[in-house]
Ligand binder design. Sequence first.
Ligand SMILES: Cc1cc2nc3c(=O)[nH]c(=O)nc-3n(C[C@H](O)[C@H](O)[C@H](O)COP(=O)(O)OP(=O)(O)OC[C@H]3O[C@@H](n4cnc5c(N)ncnc54)[C@H](O)[C@@H]3O)c2cc1C
Ligand code: FES
Length: 279
Amino acid sequence: MARIKVKKTLAPGVRQFVVDAPLIARKAKAGQFVILRVCGEGERIPLTIADSDAATGELTIVFAEVGETTTKLGKLNAGEEILDLVGPLGKPTHLEKFGTVVCIAGGIGAAPVHPIVKALRKAGNEVITIMGSRNKDLMIFEEELRKVSSEVIITTDDGSSGRQGLVTEVLWELIEQGKKIDLVVAIGPVVMMQAVCHVTRDRCLPTVVSLNPIMVDGTGMCGACRVTVGGVTKFVCVDGPEFDGLKVDFDELKMRQRMYLAEEKRAFEEYKITCGGRC
Ligand SMILES: Cc1cc2nc3c(=O)[nH]c(=O)nc-3n(C[C@H](O)[C@H](O)[C@H](O)COP(=O)(O)OP(=O)(O)OC[C@H]3O[C@@H](n4cnc5c(N)ncnc54)[C@H](O)[C@@H]3O)c2cc1C
Ligand code: FES
């Protein structure tokens, strides 16, 4: 069990929990995730570790309420407990002094990007963070990312914060201006990561993406999270979640993410009608 110490609403339907999980917090590294269950009959869902503190034993997770389990999770309050939390899972981000790294965060991707930016700066890199969201109200983790980045560039679809446009337009401009970029890291919706790779492929810019397929066990046994990278089958839970974006088969990933859409929709509708509560 993991007790929720702090609960915050960051944007409509987006929550942040600081939980007491000393064993995980002691070992967590940038890029890793946890798998949790809200209740005994519920499914296991993966969430990225947005921050961790080995000294206090605190772990931060940020999640969007998109279906049954994340909505149930969002109903828990500070002082209550998450049934179980397993981690840290996945391979940590590969860190070294690359030079200049452009980190691109789309929507809720700003939370998982945060520990990576922090670790890349600690490794001596210049980090330019490009944050994008549909509008100002959905922009999360701006303050946290400003604290750890060398520079932050904000974009919104409607121009309500920062400049109007897409994160890929800013990346394109940086390249056109002749900015020397040694690595690009992109985390967010699959379409955004695919679009970033479309830009970087033309310029042969090394690009790391963090993939979010459906997961079940998180230990490489069930095969639910399989993706194709460079023509080879990989399991995101143990081989990732970060991969060379220029080699990822994004169309297959999108297709596999939609596999249980009808069941997910039905489960959420039934949950809202029959229960609408926690478990
Ligand atoms: C490594 C990893 C890290 C992630 N980190 C975050 C994070 O930090 N914050 C965040 O908001 N979301 C994160 N996700 C996605 C999150 O796990 C899903 O949003 C969540 O499982 C949805 O569950 P649901 O029952 O609420 O919604 P559902 O209605 O079940 O599903 C909504 C959508 O979420 C995806 N999904 C469903 N079940 C799973 C599952 N078991 N595993 C992965 N994806 C699933 C599907 O694409 C689905 O269409 C991460 C996913 C992965 C794989
Ligand atoms: S979640 Fe089962 S193999 Fe990765």
